[in-house]
Design a protein around this ligand. Structure first.
Ligand code: ATP
Length: 604
């Protein structure tokens, strides 16, 4: 496995682009800090020699030179302290820019890649690895790099100083360096391989941890008493991972210990050599202290320098994960320019032509050459058994997925070519699993069309349409009340109330096409009938698609499209289909037998 220098280069460029100014300031302090250690060593040597010169002279000695040394030492110490303090602040400031840059890159990626990638387990691994690394790896790379430069400068100066005593000092340093670096790089490779091979296991541990801690699982966890089983699985996976990781750490410790022993032997020989030089009178006492200090500091710098090299090497390996995520187009959308605008006013309607689709992670076809048409202003209900494909059709109609074959047209414009923003403005969807936003009630509705003013009168009108206005008005701070349970002074709503809020959001959008997936599934009978009564009025100017298992809702439709297996089993007005006594009639009859709908419903 070779160092991926391209990744390091990309990371450094990323850091540089995050803030050129702070990169330069940071670098300046690095160089300054790199020079300081040698200055300190020289000061000590100078001091020792001056003191040795004055040794035993008492008040007869001339102390001015000593005061000069002390003054100089004071300056060097103050500059050193200043460098350390300011470099810390500079580093912190710079890391804000780096982390913003990384977050922006991740966010722009996660909010734009093809939705189908979320279904792909391999993508989950790439995503997991990238998000885990991204929070710190680019800045870590930068600091490994500048640390390397800083230590490199100090090390070079100290190596030069040692070489002035004897060339063999450099050989000793090189031997130690080679030993340390070969161990560290080997270890980095193994850690990297380990992490890549065990990404799914780590995700699995995370998943069981979420099951044990997440609010969304808390109810079933208690009523089915699942804590024991999830905890056991969590422990088992975690322990197995931990043991493997610990085995790696033990191996590293073993090798490191061996290297440390060897290094100590080399150092002892060098110390003996320097002592002998002093005893022979070849160097002064001050020089002897200076060489001892230089050896000691040099050894530390060398350790640090090599640590930075292996750290940079490791960064190069792990950055691959981050850039893999940024570069990777796991599942691509069809290569068509998405530049066309949605028709200003639908005249021909929605045409679904020869549409075939299967989920990327599945071998089963959900649709096979499906054709149907929805006229402008029409209300169409999609009905069908569980798993027939109704929600899938919704996801295809709002562009979350692309058909494998065939097309969806809005008038003559192929959905695949429509600008995403234009599509969002014109097609509004309330999903079966609509979102609950822990923000104010007003904002919850306003999210339906953020191009409008947040105080737009349409917000309350939309709430009235879905029958949630009085409830929101009566909240402690009315529409400004924060909803949910996450934040202070929040008010929680019931599922049916949230659903009405989600409906208001879609009404506020003024979209030309409104798609409602099970819009009344959690509503009480009174609210549902209010909505049903007003639905035609509310959606008078829109083309509406409703998915429902409820006859009361289905009856709203001008036309029913029955989805069955791979396509359309039947379509027509609800009464017409009831008379036809085909698939739709049998579904309704079944619902009647199950007591879900009344006799009047089945009679049409
Ligand atoms: N993300 C997915 N990946 C793979 N297969 C999926 C995915 N979502 C749904 N399916 C499959 O596609 C088929 C249609 O599912 P869909 O959710 O569209 O059915 P539905 O008619 O909306 O059902 P329901 O009435 O239960 O909501 C089912 O066989 C389902 O297993």
């Amino acid at each position: 496995m070779r160092i991926n220098s391209n990744n390091i280069y990309r990371a450094l460029r990323l850091v540089w682009e995050s803030s050129r100014k702070w990169s330069i300031i940071n670098f300046f302090f690095v160089i300054l800090k790199g020079l300081m250690p040698l200055m300190l060593i020289f000061v000590v040597q100078w001091l020792v020699d001056e003191v040795a010169g004055l040794y035993g002279q008492g008040s007869n000695g001339v102390y001015s030179a000593l005061f000069r040394v002390l003054f100089f030492a004071g300056v060097v110490f103050v500059v050193n302290a200043f460098c350390n303090a300011v470099a810390g602040i500079v580093r912190e400031k710079h890391s804000f820019f780096i982390s913003d840059q990384v977050q922006n890159m991740i966010h722009s990626r996660t909010t734009s890649f093809y939705f189908a990638n979320y279904e792909d387990h391999k993508f989950q691994d790439v995503y997991y690895r990238a998000v885990n690394e991204a929070s710190y790896r680019p800045s870590h790379t930068y600091y490994s790099f500048i640390g390397l430069v800083q230590n490199g400068i100090s090390l070079l100066l100290i190596a030069g100083l040692l070489a002035s005593l004897h060339w063999s000092m450099i050989i000793a340093l090189l031997i130690v360096a080679f030993l340390i670096i070969s161990i560290r790089l080997k270890y980095s490779q193994r850690v990297y391989r380990f992490k890549r091979e065990h990404t799914e296991d780590e995700r699995c541990v995370g998943y069981y941890n979420r099951l044990l801690t997440g609010k969304e699982f808390a109810k079933e966890l208690r009523v089915f008493n699942l804590a024991g089983i999830f905890k056991a699985r969590f422990e088992q996976r975690k322990d197995s991972l931990r043991n493997k990781r610990f085995a790696l750490s033990k191996l590293k410790t073993f090798y490191e210990l061996g290297v440390q022993l060897l290094t100590t032997c080399v150092l002892l020989v060098v110390f003996a050599f320097v002592s002998n030089e002093a005893i022979q009178g070849n160097i002064t006492q001050g020089q002897m202290v200076m060489y001892f200090l230089a050896l000691y500091r040099g050894y530390n710098f060398l350790q640090d320098f090599l640590g930075r090299i292996s750290s940079l090497y490791e960064d190069g390996l792990f950055l691959k994960n981050f850039f893999e995520f940024l570069d990777y187009d796991l599942i691509k959308t069809k290569k068509v320019g998405r530049e066309t605008l949605f028709p200003e006013k639908l005249r021909k309607g929605i045409v679904v032509k020869d549409l075939s689709f299967k989920y990327p992670n599945s071998a089963r076809r959900v649709f096979d050459k499906v054709n149907f048409k929805i006229l402008p202003g029409e209300t169409v209900a999609f009905v069908g058994a569980n798993g027939a494909g109704k929600s899938t059709l919704v996801k295809l109609l709002c562009g979350l997925y692309q058909p494998n074959e065939g097309n969806v047209f809005f008038d003559d414009v192929d959905l695949a070519t429509i600008k995403p923003e234009s599509l969002a403005e014109n097609v509004s969807v309330v999903f079966q699993d609509f979102m609950l936003y822990n923000i104010s009630a007003r904002e919850n509705i306003w999210l339906g069309d953020v191009n409008k003013d947040i105080l737009h009168v349409g917000i309350e009108e939309s709430a009235k349409k879905s029958g949630v206005h009085n409830l929101l008005n009566d909240l402690p701070s009315g529409y400004e009340t924060t909803l949910g349970t996450l934040f202070k002074d929040s008010e929680m709503l019931s599922v049916g109330e949230w659903q009405r809020l989600a409906l208001s959001r879609s009404f506020f959008n003024d979209a030309q096409v409104v798609i409602l997936d099970e819009p009344t599934s959690s509503m009480d009978a009174q609210t549902e009938s209010m909505l049903v009564e007003n639905f035609k009025r509310i959606t008078a100017h829109t083309t509406s698609i409703i998915i429902s298992h409820r006859m009361s809702t289905i009856k709203l439709a001008d036309r029913v499209v029955v989805i069955d297996g791979h396509g359309i089993a039947e379509e027509g007005a609800p009464e017409q289909l009831m008379k036809q006594k085909g698939v739709f009639y049998r579904m309704m009859e079944g619902a009647h037998r199950a007591g879900q709908i009344g006799k009047n419903d089945i009679m049409g």
